[in-house]
Every structure is written in structure tokens, then in C-alpha cells.
Write a protein that binds this ligand. Structure first.
Ligand code: FRU
Length: 473
């Protein structure tokens, strides 16, 4: 049964069948959140890249639609963005019926160019613009355009990646058809991999209504980073200190995240791809491969004098919660305690005072001697997810990446974890979104135990709550 298969997430979006990677063209229009994504219509591995399509009214329940943009004449449809062209600046619709315009990379083995497609029926059917490409610099690596409306100067701005030189270029246009370069950023921060999927956006400051700063998100190889600073319509200047690399996600399986355009929530909402290029084609899921992360709202907060993202799962997720199971004031002293609660589709909230030495945390997917560990390491002040003791037979590259590690802080000796476990996806939000870690894990269905543990003395789990979650399918 579709959506009843082994490992199939129940509250994360996955395509009915076949391969997906990056989210593309995230745009809200007329009451619908559109989710386009890199998609292979023909197979459960990467290839024949097209834009798959799904829509949602609440960012939680998704309806699968036909493929929106197909590969044509050997030109694949790579990643990109979509905008509502309210004033019909492109001339591809009308003032009465503004077009949705997608800006994507057309890709062959030797050339990547930027192209337009448009829809005048609320995103259902798409036509490629007849004078494509709109931007060609005769480059092999030149991709992932992300366009937004820059109100102060009434113009469109496109962020675009020069992957191999680790740079993001900015272009401007008044009609989405003619583009000129106005600025460039990088190399900076993490330059160990090719830079892809830029997204430049204005993000509100957490406790200062009406105040904003600019955030530039980029992806490199199999991990992401972001910079916080200012944008003047031409150039982005980063205020992130040199030598500091900030990551929107410290897990092994979060990539190519971008945010919605014109969403009504008042904060950016981002979605990433839950997978890792080093083993993405080898994960043991059929007849689909790849998932969208939970949508997250983005805000900024100064932590240790550095502007950092605060990410929270969208509020609508709470509508999936069933009756909670709660454990209060549990002392754990150098032991592991299996809980009566079991499951592999749940949200958990763990409020704990970790032991001052060793590791304190929880295990999930417990059974037959196997488990996934999520713990605070007191000496290192880190949250560590370790999947070393879970199945990894399908890929040496997966087996070679057992741990995900984030620097975290205790607040009044406490740590708060919000954990989402969804069959084969674990997303952990630390301290109300100061850090996030997303990992994949492929346990057998029957290994669905949950345990609390500490290798140190007198750990206190003040309150532990589990909500079994309803399926969205
Ligand atoms: C990122 C990426 C993009 C590209 C797409 C191809 O994961 O490599 O740079 O547009 O995937 O599917």
C-alpha cells in the first residue's frame, strides 16, 4: 500500500513514487503553499531532473500534483525559485491575472543557464518562456537562481551560485527577463564543497518586532551554512565573525533548504531536503527516495554576541498530536531505563538536567540490541546523535557518517529537546530552535522502544512528553 511501506514517513512530505532532491520554487499563492522539488519522473534514483509538484493549505497536509516542468531536448530542469509577478512586470500574464513565474537552471553536461517558465492557472500548468535562456554566461557550473522582490528599489533580485569558486552573485531586473550583475559575495566561511542553492532573505529579529537583518543561506556538498548581515540592493555584507561557521542544521541529512516567497506568516518558512549526496541514491526506500524536512519558521537572535537563526517547526504541526504520554521527575543514575511508551511516529519534548559528567539523553528505535542515541555530552557541551548502532548495510558512505554534533548551551542547567521521529527521519530542535539536527535512520519496524539514559550521576528528566502523531496520508 502506498505510504504504508517500510520507512515511509507519515508526517513529512515524500513523493508517491520515485526520486526527489531539493525543494524548488517555494511560493504561496491564493491560499496554497506550492512545493516544487527536483524530481525524476522515471526512476527511484537521480536523473531526468524535472520539477515535481505538491500543494498544501497548512504546510502539513500535501496533495500530490502532476509534474510541473519536464526535461526537454536533453536539458534538465535544475533547482530554482518561483515568484508571484503581481504587476505583470514580465508580461507573461496580465494585471487581472498575474502570472506565477519560475526561474530555474537549464542544465546539460556542458552548460548551465537561467530560464523562465510561467503559469496563469494558479500553478497547475506551466509553459517555458519562448526566448529562454534569460541569463547565459557560457559556464558549466552556474546555477540555482533564487529571485525575490526588493521593495526599496522596486526591482527583482536574483541570487545565483558560482559553485566552484564558492561565490554567490546578485543580479537585478525590472521584468524578470533582462538581468545584470550588481554584486558578488564570497568565497567565505565553509568553502570545502561546491556552493549551491543560495537564498537571500530578510529575517525578523526574535524579540524586536519590526526589526530585521538579512540572511544568506547556502549549501555545500552535503551540509549547509548561513551568514547574517545586510543587503543594500547590490551587495550582501556579512556580520558573521570570520572563522565562525553557522549551520542551519547540524545533522547528516539536511540540504538545499530555501524559504517560501510571499508567505502570510510574517516570518520566512524554510524547507530542506532530508538526505545526503554521499549516499542519497543508496538509501533503502522504495518506491520513493528523498523527503522534505518539516517546514520551519526563521527568526534571528543574538547568542554569545553572534546573530543566529532560531528555527521552529511550523505551529500547524501540533494539529497532528494525539493524546500525550507524560513522565515527570525521573532520576536516572548511570543507567538506561526503557519506557512503557513505544512508537515510530511521534513528537517528543524532553526537559532535562543532564548529569555533569558523561552523556545524558534518550534512545529511540530501541529493540534487538539496536538503538539510536540522542544525548548531551557534558564535557564537550554538545548534543550528539549517534546512529552507529542502527542498520547501515546499504551504504559504506552512510556507515562512515554515524554521528551528528551540535554545540549547545544549558539554560539554568537545563536542556530542552523537541524531537520528531517519523519512521526513518529524526529532527531534533534544541532549546526552542537554537540548533537543529536532522538525520535519517533505518530501523526495523518492530524496534520501536524508547529509553532514557545517563552514563553520569543523578541526571534529572523533569518532564518528558510523547505525542503519537496522526498520519497526513
Ligand atoms: C543541489 C543540486 C543543485 C542542482 C540540483 C540538481 O542538491 O546539486 O545545485 O540544481 O541539485 O538536481
Amino acid at each position: 500500500k502506498l505510504y504504508g511501506e517500510n520507512y515511509r514517513p507519515q508526517f513529512h512530505f515524500t513523493p508517491e513514487r520515485n526520486w526527489m532532491n531539493d525543494p524548488n520554487g517555494l511560493v504561496f499563492y491564493k491560499g496554497q503553499y506550492h512545493l516544487f522539488y527536483q524530481y525524476n519522473p522515471f526512476a527511484n534514483v537521480w536523473g531526468h531532473m524535472s520539477w515535481g509538484h505538491a500543494v498544501s493549505k497548512d504546510l502539513i497536509h500535501w496533495k500530490q500534483l502532476p509534474v510541473a516542468l519536464e526535461e526537454e531536448n536533453g536539458i534538465m530542469i535544475f533547482s530554482g525559485s518561483a515568484v508571484v509577478d503581481t504587476k505583470n512586470s514580465s508580461g507573461l500574464g496580465s494585471i487581472q491575472n498575474p502570472p506565477l513565474v519560475a526561474i530555474y537552471t537549464g542544465s546539460t553536461d556542458t552548460l548551465q543557464t537561467q530560464n523562465l517558465a510561467y503559469s496563469t492557472d494558479n500553478g497547475l500548468q506551466w509553459a517555458k518562456y519562448k526566448s529562454n535562456p534569460v541569463l547565459n554566461e557560457n559556464k558549466k557550473d552556474f546555477r540555482d537562481p533564487n529571485v525575490f522582490w526588493y521593495a526599496p528599489e522596486k526591482k527583482w533580485i536574483m541570487s545565483l551560485s558560482y559553485p566552484t569558486t564558492h561565490q554567490i552573485a546578485f543580479y537585478s531586473s525590472v521584468n524578470l527577463r533582462d538581468w545584470k550583475q550588481v554584486g558578488i559575495f564570497g568565497p567565505a566561511g565553509d568553502t570545502t564543497g561546491v556552493w549551491e542553492c543560495p537564498d537571500l532573505m530578510r529575517v525578523p529579529i526574535y524579540d524586536q518586532p519590526g526589526s530585521y537583518k538579512w540572511v544568506l543561506l547556502t549549501s555545500q556538498n552535503a551540509t549547509m551554512q548561513y551568514f547574517v548581515g545586510n543587503f543594500d540592493g547590490k551587495n550582501f555584507t556579512s556580520e558573521t565573525p570570520n572563522g565562525t561557521t553557522l549551520k542551519p542544521d547540524y545533522g547528516t541529512d539536511y540540504y538545499a533548504a530555501i524559504a517560501y516567497h510571499s508567505n502570510p506568516i510574517g516570518k520566512p518558512v524554510s524547507i530542506g531536503w532530508v538526505n545526503n549526496w554521499y549516499y542519497a541514491n543508496q538509501i533503502p526506500t522504495y518506491p520513493w527516495k528523498g523527503a522534505a524536512s518539516l517546514p520551519r519558521t526563521l527568526q534571528l537572535k543574538k547568542i554569545n554576541d553572534v546573530w543566529q537563526l532560531i528555527q521552529q517547526p511550523v505551529a500547524a504541526l501540533a494539529t497532528l498530536r494525539k493524546q500525550p504520554v507524560i513522565y515527570a521527575n525521573k532520576k536516572i543514575n548511570k543507567t538506561t531505563e526503557l519506557l512503557p511508551f513505544k512508537g515510530n511516529v511521534w513528537e517528543g519534548e524532553i526537559i532535562m538536567q543532564p548529569a555533569t559528567t558523561g552523556e545524558t539523553g534518550l534512545q529511540l528505535a530501541v529493540g534487538n540490541g539496536l538503538a539510536l542515541n540522542i544525548s548531551y555530552n557534558a564535557a564537550a557541551k554538545q548534543l550528539v546523535i549517534n546512529r552507529n548502532n542502527t542498520p547501515d548495510y546499504f551504504s559504506a558512505a552512510f556507515a562512515a557518517r554515524p554521528t551528528s554534533i551540535a554545540p549547545v548551551r544549558l539554560l539554568n542547567n537545563e536542556l530542552k529537546l523537541q524531537v520528531f521521529f517519523d519512521k526513518s527521519i529524526v529532527e531534533v530542535f534544541v532549546n526552542n530552535g537554537e540548533q537543529v539536527l536532522t538525520v535519517q535512520v533505518f530501523p526495523a519496524e518492530e524496534n520501536n522502544g524508547v529509553a532514557l539514559y545517563s552514563t553520569g550521576e543523578n541526571a534529572l528528566f523533569k518532564r518528558v512528553t510523547f505525542w503519537p502523531m496522526k498520519s497526513i496520508w
